[in-house]
Write a protein that binds this ligand. Structure first.
Ligand code: NAP
Length: 288
């Protein structure tokens, strides 16, 4: 059996949907059964486990051979994911697939608690004896859903990158497609760390795709990293999150998310990665 921890999130739901499309009946390990049924379908097999509840996690993973783990950003992520790993080891899970940050993000000396967290989780994972695969997707296209309100109301996209700056955005559904296939046949992927992205584009071009699909002009408004930081602070965002997002913006401006890597999706999923156009078309109602 296959389990997906974090199944109600952006990536987790894409993994579950792809597994179901491939004929699997995975168990969604979630904290909220109603949300799971809402986003994954009424027929989804659910196991309830808060990530700090080790006993519930162990129960949820009992009888599972492979587990997908993705949790949100938070300063408790190391403890949460170590709890999942411990539960997987106790339950006899053979293979764990996890979503990490990019190679410039998931480093022990990162300024971000999230970057340091990913690095610490991976040190322990690699020493644990369980078989593992680490996924390093590029920046998520789905991050744009966080700007849906201003795209809708003001027809603008605001980001701390120049208009012509290249980024290889990644649709989380490609992570779902990759992750599902690894979970179904994990052996060839044991001990591998995979970087993958969609096609490289510029943010100006991305805004152009929005304009084309939505049928009205969407402006791309570049701001500086300092302006972004000040805006986040004025909204009283927690310090750790401001630091994380500033770290990401600085790494991005240094080219950390500009390298295109479409090989894994093409070889494993046997189709090109999803495009920015496919992304906007799918989520059109949120932006229109
Ligand atoms: N955003 C990017 O551009 C990007 C790029 C590369 C890598 N990443 C990495 O991708 C990961 C985030 O992926 P995502 O966007 O798919 O995450 P997400 O949408 O935030 O989903 C997080 C999942 O974890 C669950 N969860 C959180 N806290 C929990 C708790 N205490 N107990 C039980 N479940 C809990 C959430 O449940 P609920 O639905 O109930 O809240 C949800 O199912 C991060 O590790 C990030 O570093 C992000």
């Amino acid at each position: 059996m296959i389990a997906v921890v974090g199944a109600t999130g952006n990536t987790g739901r894409a993994v579950v949907k792809e597994l179901k499309a491939l004929g699997q009946n995975p168990v969604a390990v979630v904290r909220n059964a109603d949300k799971a049924r809402e986003v994954l379908g009424a027929d989804i097999k659910v196991a309830i486990a808060e990530l700090m509840d080790k006993a519930a996690l162990e129960k949820a993973l009992a009888g599972c051979d492979s587990v997908f783990v993705v949790t949100g950003h938070n300063p408790g992520m190391v403890e949460q994911q170590n709890n999942v790993l411990d539960a997987a080891l106790k339950a006899g899970v053979k293979h764990l697939v996890r979503v990490s940050g990019g190679r410039t993000v998931a480093v022990a000396d990162s300024a971000s608690v999230v970057g340091r967290g990913h690095a610490a989780i991976e040190v322990r994972l690699k020493q644990s004896g369980i078989k593992w695969t680490i996924l390093r997707p590029g920046l998520f296209m789905q991050n744009l859903l966080g700007q849906a309100a201003s795209i809708k109301a003001d027809s603008k996209i605001v980001m701390p990158y120049p208009k012509d700056f290249p980024i290889a955005w990644t649709d989380v559904r490609d992570t779902g497609a990759v992750g599902a296939r690894i979970l179904i046949d994990p052996a060839p992927h044991a001990g591998k760390t995979y970087e993958f992205t969609g096609k490289r584009t510029t943010n100006g071009e991305f805004a152009g795709v929005f304009s084309q699909v939505l049928g009205r002009p969407i402006a791309y408004v570049p701001v500086t990293v300092e302006q972004t930081e000040a805006a986040m602070k004025s909204r009283n965002m927690p310090d750790w999150l401001v630091t994380h997002l500033v770290t990401i913006a600085k790494l991005g401006n240094a080219g950390g998310f500009s390298t295109e890597n479409t090989k894994l999706v093409e070889e494993l999923v046997k189709r090109p990665p999803l495009t920015t156009k496919q992304f906007v078309e799918t989520y059109k109602a949120a932006f229109a």
